[in-house]
Ligand binder design. Structure first.
Ligand SMILES: Nc1ncnc2c1ncn2[C@@H]1O[C@H](COP(=O)(O)OP(=O)(O)OP(=O)(O)O)[C@@H](O)[C@H]1O
Ligand SMILES: [Mg+2]
Length: 240
């Protein structure tokens, strides 16, 4: 039997013009920071924007954005609260400070459930913060959201890029759009990653330097928006 929730997901996302999954394959490369600041910047520019944290094991955008004391409203589904001008939805509303006890098929189930109950309404952009890895969540999203586009984050590490390369190949094989690649935490001017990205005929978007002061600004969006990191994210927006 076809899961009836799948046709509901289509309906729920009908009025969302652009859906951007910030993904990598690799962990700890800055996906959540890119997703959060990208969403904030889009909202500041006047676009109707949503941020959806789909990292079931370690959701972190609520920490980056300093989200406290808000809850989604139940109203013929779930209406995400407005946080700093963003419609914000995260698994953390349900898991709180505990690790979400989801495994394997349960992850798919929770993901389908969240997608089918969340009422985003009209949005210009929905930014999705993806978990690390090229696992079920990634494959499910590709299957469930036809208009999804991927923004890929890597570091200058050859090892990180090896996984990113696999993600790019997978997306290609499945016919999924790739917006481009962001190289984060750069410590020098090496063009190694840029060359490899371009040799795969994928857009190389920006380089973001390693910024030692970023950690003390986590949770303070005004400070975060003043960082070099945020300036580089602005550059991404001008290219998408
Ligand atoms: N350009 C940067 N300069 C300095 N620190 C950074 C930079 N980008 C990200 N970080 C820090 O690196 C850590 C990992 O970033 P983040 O959580 O965004 O990565 P992630 O890819 O989402 O990780 P995960 O795979 O666990 O979800 C965070 O502590 C973040 O503040
Ligand atoms: Mg993350």
């Amino acid at each position: 039997m076809v899961d009836p929730r799948i046709s509901i997901i289509d309906k729920r996302l009908k009025e969302v013009r652009n859906i951007i999954a910030v993904s990598s394959g690799k962990g700890g490369v800055g996906k959540s920071l890119v997703a959060s600041i990208l969403a904030l910047k889009l909202a500041k520019k006047g676009y109707k924007t949503g941020l959806f944290d789909l990292d079931f094991t370690s959701p972190s955008t609520h920490i980056i954005l300093g989200v406290e004391g808000v809850q989604p409203k139940e109203e013929r589904g779930i209406v995400p609260p407005l946080v700093h001008g963003l419609k914000y939805m995260s698994i953390v509303y349900y898991s709180g400070e505990y690790v979400s006890p989801l495994r394997g098929a349960d992850v798919s189930n929770a993901l389908i459930e969240l997608l089918s109950i969340t009422r985003w309404g009209k949005l210009d952009f929905l930014v999705i913060d993806m978990p690390p890895g090229i696992g079920d969540a990634t494959l499910d999203l590709i299957r469930l959201i036809k208009k999804i586009k991927f923004l890929i984050v890597t570091t200058p590490s050859q090892l990180a890029f090896e996984t990113v390369r696999k993600l790019i190949r997978l997306l290609r094989d499945l016919g999924v759009s790739i917006i481009g690649v962001v190289e984060n935490m750069k410590l020098n001017q090496s063009k190694l990653i840029q060359q490899q990205v371009e040799s795969m005929n994928v857009t190389f978007l920006v380089k973001i330097p390693f910024e030692a002061t970023i950690e003390e600004n986590i949770g303070n969006i005004n400070k975060l928006l003043e960082t070099v990191f945020a300036e580089e994210v602005e550059e991404i927006i001008s290219r998408i």
